[in-house]
Design a protein around this ligand. Structure first.
Ligand code: ADP
Ligand code: GLC
Length: 484
């Protein structure tokens, strides 16, 4: 691609690390655009300025410019305007939309017409942005249900369907679909009434934004090849699986990468001591710091199992809670950082209270502390029920922390059991039950005793290529295919 005719792609995302990150979507939106830009794509990002976002932008020392023209969208019989704040984030032009519509919590706990509206307004403002910035995207690249209204609008909105432009819907997690009552959304959104049918966005009498996005987008991608196959089965995605199967000719599974400059044991400033494949000594200091923070004996060489996670059913923490006694019997320490559903938080708090010498639960979301866990742990536990891609297992490997993971979704594409004839970088299990997880954990804990064998496994993981290099080219190919 030559500079003059570079493909123009607008990333439309409701999370953007490090300013607004809930999970991996934030990481992807914060790192893939840069890789695409290096691959020759003219990519820009638009995202809502949720509460606190512009403050974080300012704290990070980035220079911002307020664009003179505002962006407007018509929704629920009113004009909604947003101030456009432009910044260069790691070489990628990024537009933060500031408006009262984005002044509430990032993601609503209950979805209904009122709480879904900011997401529809955001998508329309993303479509309107082109005039204000004098840059018209060839492709709108949307992510999850929160920006799925955009392809729907390009296909079915009484005005936007005449505007033109291709769209891509990337599925980071099909478990969240944006389902709510149709009234008064259909009238308020400007979508044609016929967009609410079983072949479009209607889903058992409700609006399903993700279904609408999948059906209307020019292409659909998901974040690992295995998950792309899994989501076409009823076992994985229930009623939506039939739609994904119907749409399979436009579905591609492209594995996520990481910002390997940020997640780098050799340079990371958030860990007590740096280390690398050439010199692992610093990891001992990281482990000591972690043990100290957990309130554990720092001289003890017991294997330390860590987890950094949203605490939701997807992540398989019921398996962990059911296996607490066996984990203790293995002589291991367990340190978890996370927040989410009450039953998991309470279960972990109780387990930690009952076993203060070997279980520690850090409740909450804490980016700097996550680096201490990734670098100080020996084993990273990820027994997910399903996992579209998973970044945590890749991050842990970058820090020589060996994953124990279930063979599902993107975990299956990135964690390979060391006991395969060809070797691997971690320990895996198939069945989603406590016994399966304990079987893999026991093997890991036993192998940990053999220091040489363990170092080889650590090095294997640290040497994996988790950059965006390969996947960015696959996205670029897709963009090019769409423009044929
Ligand atoms: P998901 O997107 O399903 O949450 P991923 O593994 O793709 O899972 O990405 C999770 C990202 O969120 C990782 O960067 C992980 O370190 C981060 N993360 C999750 N929970 C926490 C937490 N409590 N504190 C800090 N970072 C967290
Ligand atoms: C979702 C998925 C996770 C994936 C992330 C980024 O949150 O749960 O598996 O890694 O999106 O694509």
């Amino acid at each position: 691609m030559t500079k003059g005719n570079r493909l123009k792609v607008l990333f439309v995302t409701t999370e953007l690390a490090p300013f607004s990150k809930v999970g991996g979507l934030g990481d992807v939106a914060g790192s893939l655009p840069k890789a695409l830009s290096q691959a020759g794509v003219d990519v820009r990002v638009v995202t809502p300025a949720w509460p606190g976002v512009l403050e974080k932008v300012a704290e990070s020392g980035l220079k911002t410019t307020n664009i003179k023209t505002k962006v407007y969208s018509a929704y629920d019989w009113r004009i909604h305007s947003a101030q456009i704040v432009k910044a260069d984030v790691k070489g990628v032009t990024t537009y933060f939309l500031k408006s009262d519509d984005y002044s509430g919590a990032m993601y609503p706990s209950q979805l209904n017409y009122w709480t879904a509206s900011p997401f529809a307004i955001f998508c329309m403002q993303a479509l309107e942005l082109k005039d204000a910035i004098d840059w018209t995207p060839d492709i709108y690249h949307c992510h999850d249900w929160t920006s799925a209204f955009l392809p729907c609008a390009l296909a079915w909105h009484r005005y936007y369907r005449q505007v033109g432009g291709k769209s891509i819907m990337t599925l980071h997690n099909v478990a969240y679909q944006g389902i709510f009552e149709p009234s008064p959304f259909l009238e308020a959104s400007g979508l044609e009434p016929w967009s609410f049918s079983s072949s479009t966005m209607e889903f058992y009498g409700q609006v399903n934004l993700l279904k609408g996005g999948i059906v209307s987008a020019s292409a659909v991608t998901t974040v690992s090849p295995t998950y792309a196959n899994e989501i076409q089965t009823y076992e994985s995605t229930r009623e939506l699986s039939g739609i994904l199967y119907q749409q399979r000719s436009k579905l591609r599974g492209i594995l996520n990468g990481l910002d390997t400059k940020y997640w780098d044991a050799e340079k990371d400033k958030l860990i007590p001591k740096n280390f690398s494949t050439k010199d692992l000594k610093g990891k001992t200091a990281c482990k000591r710091e972690l043990l100290e923070r957990a309130g554990f004996d720092t001289e003890n060489d017991a294997p330390v199992i860590v987890g950094v996670s949203r605490l939701v059913e997807q992540k398989g923490f019921d398996l962990v809670l059911n296996g607490i006694n066996e984990i203790k019997e293995m002589g291991a320490k367990l340190i978890i950082l996370g927040s989410g559903q009450d039953w998991i938080e309470n279960g972990l708090s109780q387990a930690a209270e009952a076993n203060p010498d070997c279980i520690k639960f850090f409740k909450g979301y804490d980016e700097p502390l996550s680096h201490v866990l990734y670098s100080g742990g020996d084993i990273f536990l990820m027994p997910s029920v399903f996992e579209p891609c998973g970044l945590s297992q890749m991050i842990s490997m970058r820090y020589g922390t060996v994953p124990v993971a279930r063979e599902v979704g993107g975990l299956r594409d990135t964690v390979f059991d060391v006991d395969r004839p060809e070797g691997g970088n971690g320990f895996t299990f198939q069945t989603c039950d406590t016994e399966g997880m304990l079987w893999a954990l026991r093997r890991a804990v036993e192998r940990y005793q053999n220091k040489d064998a363990w170092r080889d496994i650590m090095l294997e993981g640290m040497r994996e290529d988790f950059t965006w290099d390969k996947s960015a080219l696959l996205y670029r190919d897709l963009y090019q295919d769409l423009m044929q």
